[in-house]
Design a protein around this ligand. Structure first.
Ligand code: PHE
Length: 460
């Protein structure tokens, strides 16, 4: 990576861009967080809201981020400085850096668990255990003195190593081969889960919406989850957009990434909910759901040992391609805006992340001074970044594209300088300019003032 645009790294091919963005998008957000949030928010009701948000907000925002990144050829702060010089817009970039930093801090906690689970799979630790015992082990692990911290540090180190090797070789290579493998294992797991006792009850919970459950909380939960899962709202894809070739069709790239990401999340739901009901766990069990249920499914499978091992290796890699994109936001900024060398930028960024990350990990211990009752530092980071910072960032990004950049610039970038035809380009611009910002505002207002809209309708 260098300051000169000519020497800037770019992804090798079209599949390269899709693979890299999908690598960022697919991760713990899909497999770990999606089932937790969907379970806590009523299953089917959540799913519908989630899908609508992906379609009407996710796709337009991802397109906007790619346009901003590719047009400016810069990191998330530099992009706004180039496209809107001497305005305050670069604040959006700084919010993104803060967000990347905070997300990475607690994301690396969970990513560390995947390494522990690889280790446990190798030594066949889950074999013959019942759910209670697996849960107990998970709690013991979270409470142990340094184990979770060591894995977290290892994970951040792995992330930093890939970044230092450079973007192109680093990310594309892993994603292109390993993501399809992950998909295959997920499909096998879906089949297994669907053959468990009472599986249909789980499917009902996940796919049959109970509309009375749709509240402001469901909307904000779905909004945060969608942004987190697609890696949008904080400039990760602005940074990646700057590596995308000028010949790539942004609309097909974005549509493919959103489809794959959503597909993976839905598969996680099809795996987790039937299994949860079958094992007698509430779908609302939250955070430990996935890490306890998955080993149980493997226990019940022929060849479970090997599937379990491969699965956790792939999950760790999926998490790695996401942490790379998070750290890249910070490193590209330090490198390009503050002229700090790539190596130093990577080291500074990683150490800073680890310091906050350490607190996130420690806060999960029973009786930790970093948590008061149910308010855990880890959860605060999660809630604040996903439900507040990402949607705010996303809102500002589309407002920037719709109201600050000209429509001509939008047209020019989306059609690659009029070399390709984009059928829906006016419609997409309309959504970016009017519909999407309005929708985010409505969701925000509805959370801050829960009865705001209900009262308006009553008075009308
Ligand atoms: N999208 C990633 C996941 O689902 C997490 C992530 C969020 C990555 C924001 C980059 C930016 O796991």
């Amino acid at each position: 990576m260098s300051n000169g645009n000519q020497n800037r790294d770019s992804f090798g091919s079209k599949i390269g861009a899709i693979a890299a963005a999908a690598g960022s998008a697919i991760g713990l957000g899909n497999i770990y967080r999606f089932p937790c949030v969907a379970g806590e928010n009523g299953g089917g009701a959540f799913l519908i809201v989630y899908l609508l948000i992906i379609l009407f907000l996710g796709i337009p925002i991802m397109i906007s981020e790619f346009i901003i990144g590719r047009r400016s050829q810069k990191n998330t702060v530099g992009a706004f400085k180039v496209l809107a010089p001497k305005t305050g817009w670069s604040i959006v970039g700084y919010i993104g850096i803060l967000c990347a930093f905070l997300i990475l801090a607690y994301y690396s906690t969970i990513a560390g668990w995947t390494l522990e689970y690889i280790y446990k799979s190798i030594i066949n630790n889950f074999a013959g255990k019942d759910l209670y015992a697996i849960k107990q082990e998970f709690n013991n692990f979270n409470n142990s003195a340094i184990r979770p911290l060591v894995w977290q540090a290892v994970f951040i180190f792995l992330t930093a190593s890939v970044i230092i090797k450079g973007i192109k070789q680093g990310i594309e290579k892993y994603t292109k081969i390993l993501m399809p493998l992950l998909l295959i294992i997920l499909i096998i797991l879906c089949i297994k889960s669907l053959t468990l006792n009472n599986a249909s009850e789980g499917l009902k919970f996940f796919f049959m919406p109970d509309f009375s459950k749709i509240t402001g909380k469901v909307f904000i939960g779905a909004l945060g989850q969608a942004f987190f899962s697609l890696s949008i709202g904080m400039g990760a894809l602005i940074t990646y957009g700057s590596y995308i070739s000028k010949k790539d069709n942004l609309v097909t790239t974005v549509t493919s990434v959103c489809l794959i990401d959503t597909f993976v999340a839905i598969m996680a739901g099809i795996i987790i909910f039937p299994a949860a009901i079958s094992f007698g766990i509430s779908p609302k069990a939250g955070d430990s759901l996935v890490f306890n249920i998955l080993p149980m499914i493997f226990n019940k499978m022929t060849g479970g040992y090997i599937f379990c091992l491969i699965f956790f290796i792939l999950l760790a890699i999926a998490a790695l391609t996401s942490t790379i994109s998070l750290l890249e936001v910070i490193v590209a900024f330090l490198n390009e805006e503050l002229n700090i060398s790539l190596n130093k930028a990577t080291i500074y960024g990683s150490v800073a992340v680890f310091i906050i990350g350490l607190l996130a990990t420690l806060s999960r211990r029973d009786g930790s001074i970093l948590s008061f009752d149910n308010i855990i530092f880890f959860n605060i980071l999660d809630y604040f970044t996903n439900n507040i910072l990402l949607p705010t960032g996303g809102l500002l990004i589309i407002v920037f594209l719709g109201w600050k950049l000209s429509k001509k610039q939008f047209n020019d970038e989306i059609t690659n300088g009029k070399t390709i035809k984009i059928a829906l380009k006016n419609f997409i611009f309309f959504i970016i300019k009017f519909i999407a910002p309005f929708a985010i505002l409505v969701i925000f207002i509805n959370v801050i003032f829960p009865n705001f809209f209900a009262n308006i309708f009553r008075t009308i």
